[in-house]
Design a protein around this ligand. Structure first.
Ligand code: ATP
Length: 510
């Protein structure tokens, strides 16, 4: 399936099967804002829970908080967001479309990268087993040229953006001959900076109201609570504070479904360490977070690291975990070494000390921070798009199946009486009554059982349990597995065990 078609199918499936709707759809929606529907909210909650358990329950030195969305406005002065949370935007004069200048340049570089990958793939085919990829990448003139071009372009862009030399960013776009991806026009405006924070007001009357911002990241809620948590939790460095919650950004370009939203949810963890030890922890969290992704089984080849050339104003090292979305590799999660920038800034602006007394070193210091930050909605898109498959079956028919990692599936099991009579619905209901304390389970008696299987396949239910006349005689049911479509006869008393074996957090997180 071509990528564009695949992406359209993902969006269509998300709507048709009750995962995601456009916000306020009856009023034609609101740009880049979405609602999670009955199945979507379950999948989203399950992803959040999987993250929370892996961060908070699996680490004795990480605790969670839930800070408010509205924060004192000085927070955003201190964090640098008022002055520097900008994206460089550029408009095309012919198409009137707006783009992020840095994204246009990055996409150009990705094309160079694809050319290099093509050369490598060709050579791999030609040389077979004797192919030495590392040597080829280092010596093949074309690959070396593509890589060098890419590096040079990204370095120049980083330098210009750092120096706020927006004229040079435009010159770079012109020199590279970058055209509007939708129309091919090269008639560009100048590059301008645009602040992404949404403003709002606190207070009843216009003159006494205070200007506030909707938080553009959850991290600052953690920083301002650093000392509260450290003291009340008697935390010792190194330790982490985790948080999930809504963040808001007035994104310039938001045309990629839930990949880039104006209201979205983040899952962030700030890990406080001794100054000088941050690189060790940065490497640790890069590896740990990649392993978390790999535990879900979406395919190792779908992830890659991308080290940042241009560092944010607070960071001394940063990498993205990129995922192979239907529209190519893009950032899914960021791992940032944020130094002591935020805590120091909050000390300065609040006049309060935000330091830790380290008994081993016998001194006070402002800790350094390593952050892991992932978008919950982006993770949803990664899991959802990767899991959506169209399969041709042995008998020539086809099925659409959402092969979600079972631990994340919205409905864990569907219980289906073969017919709506003869006491079968009652047995099915009693199975539900037993399972519902541990799992989200669903009863379905409508249509032929084959159609009911297909419906469950489409929403990703890993198990279907069918009650038939034999059940009445020997207390057994048929359990059907979504991925293999294999069916087995098992005792009703065994159902709980079979589900536990496939759905326990221990199995997935270990
Ligand atoms: P991008 O470069 O794609 O704009 P970013 O580098 O600004 O992302 P961070 O500030 O590092 O993103 O935010 C951490 C994570 O939050 C990102 O990795 C992403 O998963 C998620 N995220 C950021 N912006 C959005 C958005 N507009 N919609 C959905 N998720 C987002």
């Amino acid at each position: 399936m071509a990528n564009e078609d695949k992406f359209k199918k993902v969006i269509g499936h998300a709507k048709e099967y009750g995962f995601i709707f456009a916000s306020s759809e009856i009023y034609d929606g609101l740009s880049a804002v979405y609602d999670y529907a009955q199945n979507g909210v379950e999948l989203k909650n399950n992803i959040r829970d999987y993250w929370w358990r892996s961060m908070v329950y699996m680490h004795q030195n990480i605790v969670g908080i839930d800070a408010a969305i509205l924060m004192h406005p000085t927070t955003w002065k201190a964090s640098g967001h008022v002055d520097a949370f900008n994206d460089p935007l550029i408009d095309n004069k012919d198409s009137k479309k707006r783009y992020r200048a840095d994204v246009l340049i990055e996409d150009y570089c990705e094309k160079l990268n694809k050319k290099a990958q093509k050369e490598i793939a060709k050579a791999k085919k030609r040389f077979g087993d004797s192919f030495d990829e590392k040597q080829f990448v280092e010596t093949n003139p074309r690959v070396v040229k593509y890589k060098a071009q890419q590096k040079q372009i990204l370095e120049r862009m980083a330098k210009s953006l750092d120096a706020d030399d927006l004229a040079d960013v435009k010159t770079l776009i012109e020199e590279l001959g970058i055209a509007d991806p939708e129309t091919g026009s090269k008639n560009w405006t100048d590059v301008k900076q645009f602040n992404l924070m949404f403003g709002t007001k606190l207070g009843a009357s216009a003159d006494s109201a205070t200007d506030l911002y909707l938080r553009p990241e959850t991290a600052q809620g953690i920083f301002v609570n650093f000392l509260n948590v450290q003291k009340t939790g008697r935390m010792k460095i190194p330790f982490g504070i985790a948080q999930t919650g809504k963040a808001f950004r007035n994104e310039i370009v938001a045309r990629q479904f839930i990949f880039r939203m104006r209201e979205f949810e983040q899952m962030e963890m700030q890990f406080f360490v001794r100054p000088g030890e941050e690189m060790k922890w940065y490497e640790y969290w890069k590896e740990t977070r990649l392993n978390w992704h790999l535990s879900l089984g979406l395919g190792k080849e779908n992830y890659r690291f991308h080290d940042h050339e241009k560092l944010a104003h607070y960071a001394n090292a940063a990498a993205d975990i990129e995922f192979n979305f239907p529209f190519g590799f893009k950032e899914l999660e960021g791992i940032h070494s944020r130094t002591d920038f935020d805590l120091k800034a909050h000390e300065e602006f609040s006049g309060k000390k935000l330091q830790f007394f380290d008994p081993e070193l016998n001194k006070n210091y402002v800790p350094y921070v390593v952050e892991t930050s992932i978008g919950l909605d982006r993770m949803f898109l990664a899991v959802f798009s990767n899991s959506l498959k169209e399969e041709t079956l042995e008998d020539g028919s086809s099925r659409v199946v959402l092969k979600l990692p079972a631990i994340l599936a919205p409905v864990k099991a569907a219980v289906l009486p073969l017919v709506k009579k003869d006491g079968l619905p009652e047995i099915a209901q009693s199975i539900i009554d037993d399972l519902k304390y541990d799992y989200n389970v669903q009863y379905d008696e409508k249509d032929a059982v084959g159609r009911r299987y297909r419906r469950q396949d489409a929403v990703g239910t890993p198990f279907c349990i069918t009650v038939d006349h034999q059940t009445k005689e020997d207390q057994t049911v048929t359990i059907r597995y979504r991925d293999t479509m294999k069916q087995e006869r098992i005792a009703i008393s065994e159902i709980g065990k079979v589900l536990y074996n496939e759905l326990s957090f221990k199995k997935w997180l270990k």
